[in-house]
Every structure is written in structure tokens, then in C-alpha cells.
Ligand binder design. Structure first.
Ligand SMILES: NC(=O)c1ccc[n+]([C@@H]2O[C@H](COP(=O)([O-])OP(=O)(O)OC[C@H]3O[C@@H](n4cnc5c(N)ncnc54)[C@H](O)[C@@H]3O)[C@@H](O)[C@H]2O)c1
Length: 269
């Protein structure tokens, strides 16, 4: 059901690769709620992903950008404002990639040049994006910026590897930049800490099924789906959350505050 929450709003959605991607669902939801958007992804992802089909479905365009390149980000923002006709009301950062995870390197045997690349793609890209938006004065007053994160920033999930530090850095950038953007233009910056979700990035983590099932059983509401994450993003982009900023918002069915759940012991309550 649509509520017209984003009627007349304009935004950029990063990270839609295929129809499993959380960003794919966010893009669909934003348009359903009345927004107009541009879509973006790394040039390499455009070749093997399905983002062009999404653009056609949503009457949108795809503007390629490697999120680690400030030049690409500048071009993306310029082209998005030209296409959408003015400043942006919301931006979704949904980017994550770890070379050490992808190549199966253990946390105790990290390749540091890969680790730096991981930080650049998964965390620095968020600062680069916000700094480029800020310097171009590309966000409208009371706009909203959201990045997706995971609870491994706070707790130890051994197989999440260097992505844990990437997410800690990402969340810190949201707090620090949220201060500056709030002072300058009342722009909100938040991270949404999402449940394990079956996507290309998610299922690339070793033992993902165990992550997923454990969180699902531990959470009183069960894991949050990608569609439910899209609903939450729409609220965060809407005018209904204007004073929420610099937060890490758990969207995890209650997982983050659980200690023990009797479901693990087959006990009835
Ligand atoms: N899937 C999960 O379990 C889960 C849980 C919590 C948070 N998240 C986060 O959600 C976000 C979206 O991931 P997803 O799970 O939908 O997986 P996904 O694989 O569908 O999306 C990751 C995206 O990052 C893009 N990307 C990688 N390198 C890039 C670059 N240099 N420039 C631009 N884009 C680049 C990929 O092309 C892809 O579209 C990520 O930040 C991820 O860490 C995922």
C-alpha cells in the first residue's frame, strides 16, 4: 500500500544490482511513494547486473559511478540534478564489498592493500558522497541521507571479517557529517542497521545461512526483509522523520537488544 510519503521528492539510489538487492526494493518503494529517482552503480556492475531493467520499470535512468571516485560522484550528482530538475531530497548509500571476504582470506591473515580497498568502497565512499553533495550544495533543505549497515560494527561476527570495521567507520561518518550537514541545511544523516538479508553481498559472507537463521530465531519479530527495509527507508526519506539524525537505527526485529531466546532450547513460554 502506498501513502504518497515521497510525493514530489527527488533522490539518488546507489547499489541496486539485481532484484535481490536491498537498494532494488528501496528504489521500487520510493517511486511507489511518489518520488522520482536516478539509479547508479559501479560501471562493472552495470555489465553483469540487471539495473537497466529496473530503470525501465521505474521510468528512471542509470548513471554509472564508481563510488570511490570523486570525479564520478561529481558527474553523477550533476547529471541527477539536471535530469530530476533541481536539488535532491534524499540519497541512499547501499554499497558494500570486501576483497578479503570475497577471496576467502581469514581475519588473521588479511591482505592490507585489499583491506584499504574495502574501506574505500564500503565506507570512505560515504564520506566522499556526502562531501561532494555538500560542496555542490546538492541537497535541499531538510533532505535525508541514509546508508545501510550491519550490527557487526558493534558486536563480533568472526566471518564478517574487515567489513566490521568498514561498517564502524561508515556509522561514524554518518554521525560526524550529520553534525555539519544538520548545521548547514537541516539535512539528516542516518544509518539503518539491517537484519541479515539474502543478497549477493550478504550471501558472500562465509556461513551466511547460520548468520541468517541465528538472527531470525533470536529476534522476537524475526529478521527484517529487504522489502521491510525499503519501507523504513521511505519513512526516513519522508517528512515524518525530520528530527532524526546522526543515529544508527536498528531494523532487525529486535535482535540487537536480545540476550537469550528460549526458542534455542525448544522451551515453551
Ligand atoms: N545483505 C545483508 O545481509 C545486509 C545486512 C546489513 C546491511 N547490508 C548492507 O546493505 C547494503 C546493500 O547490500 P545488499 O545486501 O543489498 O547487496 P548487493 O550485493 O545487492 O549490493 C551491494 C552493491 O554495492 C555495489 N558496489 C560495489 N562496489 C561499488 C563501487 N565501487 N561503486 C559503486 N557501487 C559499488 C554493488 O555493485 C552492489 O550493487 C550494503 O552496504 C550491505 O553491507 C546488507
Amino acid at each position: 500500500m502506498a501513502y504518497n510519503l515521497l510525493k514530489g521528492k527527488k533522490g539518488i539510489v546507489f547499489g541496486a544490482l539485481d532484484d535481490q538487492s536491498i537498494a532494488w526494493k528501496v528504489a521500487e518503494r520510493c517511486v511507489e511513494e511518489g518520488a522520482r529517482i536516478t539509479l547508479t552503480n559501479a560501471p562493472v556492475a552495470l555489465r553483469f547486473g540487471k539495473i537497466q531493467a529496473l530503470a525501465e520499470q521505474l521510468n528512471s535512468i542509470v548513471i554509472p559511478a564508481d563510488a570511490t571516485s570523486v570525479e564520478d560522484l561529481e558527474n553523477l550528482i550533476d547529471e541527477s540534478m539536471a535530469y530530476l530538475g533541481g536539488q535532491l531530497d534524499f540519497v541512499l548509500h547501499a554499497i558494500g564489498m570486501s576483497l578479503n571476504v570475497r577471496k576467502g582470506r581469514a581475519y588473521t591473515d588479511i591482505k592490507y592493500d585489499w583491506m584499504q580497498k574495502t574501506f574505500d568502497i564500503s565506507a570512505l565512499s560515504f564520506h566522499k558522497l556526502m562531501q561532494t553533495l555538500y560542496q555542490k550544495d546538492a541537497m535541499s533543505e531538510e533532505g535525508s541521507i541514509v546508508a545501510l549497515t550491519y550490527i557487526a560494527a558493534q558486536r563480533v561476527f568472526p566471518d564478517y571479517n574487515e567489513m566490521a570495521e568498514s561498517k564502524a567507520l561508515l556509522e561514524s561518518f554518518a554521525r560526524s557529517f550529520g553534525y555539519h550537514y544538520g548545521k548547514k541545511k537541516k539535512v539528516r544523516v542516518n544509518t539503518i542497521s539491517q537484519s541479515p538479508t539474502w543478497t549477493t553481498a550478504g550471501s558472500g559472507v562465509k556461513g551466511f545461512k547460520t548468520f541468517f537463521d541465528y538472527a531470525d530465531t533470536m529476534s522476537p519479530l524475526g529478521n527484517a526483509t529487504a522489502e521491510e527495509c525499503a519501507d523504513y527507508c521511505a519513512v526516513m526519506f519522508s517528512d515524518l522523520s525530520k528530527k532524526v539524525t546522526m543515529q544508527n537505527l536498528f531494523h532487525d526485529g529486535g535482535f540487537s537488544l536480545m540476550g537469550i531466546n528460549t526458542a534455542f532450547f525448544n522451551e515453551t513460554e
